[in-house]
Design a protein around this ligand. Sequence first.
Ligand code: CU
Length: 234
Amino acid sequence: MATPNMQVQFDNLFWLFTYLAIAVSVVVFGLMAAFIIRYREKPGSPEPHDAPILGRLPAHRGHARTAIMTVCLSSIILGVLVIGSFGSIDTILSSPAPCSIPIYGYGSYNCSVLVTGHRFYWDFNYAGYPNRTITGTPLCQQPNCLLAVPVGYDIRLNVTSADVFHNFGIIAFKIKADAYPGHINDIWFNADAPGNYTIQCYELCGVNHDAMIATLDVMPLTQFVSWYNGTIVH
Ligand SMILES: [Cu+2]
């Protein structure tokens, strides 16, 4: 079963923050405008009895109920944002279960790829036997620099680096992960439409950092199986 997509998580969180900000703004600016009009100074209007006077503490005005209501409303809004954020973080950080795509004459593929950053290209290792790597080249010509995945599956990427700090990102799916030597960062995504998408390094890693790109090719399942059979198995 496909887990909700990574970009859906980010979009939901973005709109939750945005709608709440709009609602709060409407209330705050609406009240401000109403009070400005209602309590504006008119010719001959007397000085309010509680007008602040320099050097004197303001008189007690008995607005405890308003203060408590404000704190409660703010807490509810903050609570919604915190729960929404932690819910999304939980989904983003929980790697989905491995898939099992039967590959004719080989066994099955489990939907995970080991991604290794080099100055200035990416390697994509399709884990397990036959443990074949699509090796990148600095000029990134296909079939090098190609990450092929089946459409509609949760793909787990284990991201690391062979030299300096890089950052692996597929901006179309709103995923990014730091690539550090000696450490593996896990991210996942689910591509819902076939097509080619750009993979890019998002950490300034040297003189050809801008050329550190690759292509994500999202294929229909049958096409992926024959690609896997022809490229990884044989
Ligand atoms: Cu890089």
